[in-house]
Write a protein that binds this ligand. Structure first.
Ligand code: 2P0
Length: 353
């Protein structure tokens, strides 16, 4: 390692992902191992994403991190687990232009500065932790020349936040729950790339950007402890649904895709209601959006839009094509006219045309 002062940095951008078959419940809270498989779609990287810059320098005296400009603590086990796992796989790095040479062993002594920024509301049910930890692990792996494929990296991102493992890939992604105690087979795999079904347009109707009252982590812990429906869902329902969803994605079968996506979202929220004390993530506006989409799909005779809601009231609406997306936006603006800047906003994502 050269003795002069230098800074080496890497910046990466990672999109968030939206589960169409939901992850809800852990069998191991420390390693973040789920009770069921899940499937998601990764959003277009230019829209809802995290941008993270990681820097290393002999001038840094400790690891530090800033999230949206504010310093946060890295002392929690999730950050520590990700940093430890990445450091243990670090390789040799050489930047000839700057005259920097870092050997594998040097990474144990060097400290990091991490600056991360979300371009969407943090912790409002838009999977900010998914994009955040995926981006952290990816950028650190690049900086430290970690020679691992995305699935192996996904097992590290998973230890930051479960859903993060799915953001290491584009397109449709499955997180296999795995069966090993050490979690080494609880990884994400790509089912289909982003070009496979590029007719789909995803619209996110931001019903509220307020921080949710029950975090996903504590919500799913309470569901595991108290909901019988969760046990039934994990053992009996999801395994079959995963196979059906894989088939629907493979065949670009929008009718099956919609039926599975909407049913799974509704069952996830039913599990939340079945939790003691019950957890309410959706609100009246969310329910009105569901009614609107259900009525529209029925009146057309064939599904036009799928809906899904994560741990918050915001609607993720997946239109079968661009024409339907335009009609959907018109419908949303008609039934939910924005009264002010803080009212419902929508993001249109995944529209590549
Ligand atoms: C999902 N959600 O599959 C589900 C659907 C929310 C509802 O993954 O404790 O932030 O960090 O593993 O990943 C949100 O949970 O929870 C989530 P942790 P995470 O996307």
């Amino acid at each position: 390692m050269a003795t002069e002062k230098w800074v080496l940095m890497v910046t990466a951008q990672t999109p968030t992902n939206i589960a169409v078959i939901k992850y809800w419940g852990k069998r191991d809270e420390v390693r973040i191992l789920p009770v069921n498989d899940s499937i998601s779609v990764t959003l277009d990287p230019d829209h809802l994403c995290t941008v993270t810059t990681v820097a290393v320098s002999p001038a840094f005296d400790r690891d530090r991190m800033w999230l949206n400009g504010k310093e946060i603590s890295l002392s929690g086990s999730r950050y520590q687990n990700c940093l430890r796992e990445i450091r243990s796989r670090a390789g040799d790095v050489e930047d000839k232009e700057k005259g920097i040479k870092i050997g594998k062993e040097d990474w144990k002594k060097l400290h990091l500065h991490i600056a991360s920024h979300n371009n969407f509301p943090t912790a409002a049910g838009l999977a900010s932790s998914a994009a955040g930890f995926a981006c952290l692990v990816f950028s650190l792996a690049k900086l430290m020349n970690v020679d691992e494929d995305p699935s192996h990296l996904s097992a590290i991102a998973r230890q930051g936040s479960g859903s993060a493992c799915r953001s290491l890939f584009g397109g449709f992604v499955k997180w296999t729950m795995g069966s090993k105690e050490d979690g080494s087979d609880s990884v994400a795999v790509q089912l289909a790339d982003e070009k496979h079904w590029d007719d789909l347009v995803i619209i996110i109707a931001v019903v509220s950007s307020r921080q949710k009252e029950t975090s996903s982590t504590s919500g799913m812990r309470e569901s595991v402890e108290t909901s019988l429906l969760l046990q039934h869902r994990a053992k009996e329902v999801v395994p079959k649904r995963i196979l059906q969803m894989e088939e629907a994605i493979k065949n670009r079968d929008f009718a099956s895709f919609t039926q599975l996506t909407c049913t799974d979202s509704n069952q996830f929220h039913a599990v939340c209601l079945d939790t003691s004390p019950p957890i309410f993530y959706m609100n009246d506006t969310s329910h009105r959006i569901i009614s609107l989409v259900e009525k529209w799909n029925r009146s057309e005779g064939t599904p036009q839009v799928a809906y899904t809601f994560d741990a918050g009231p915001n609607a993720v609406l997946i239109a079968r094509n661009r024409k339907v997306a335009v009609q959907l936006l018109q419908g949303l603006l008609y039934y939910f006219p924005p009264k002010s800047d803080t009212d419902m906003k929508s993001y249109v994502v995944g529209d590549n045309s």
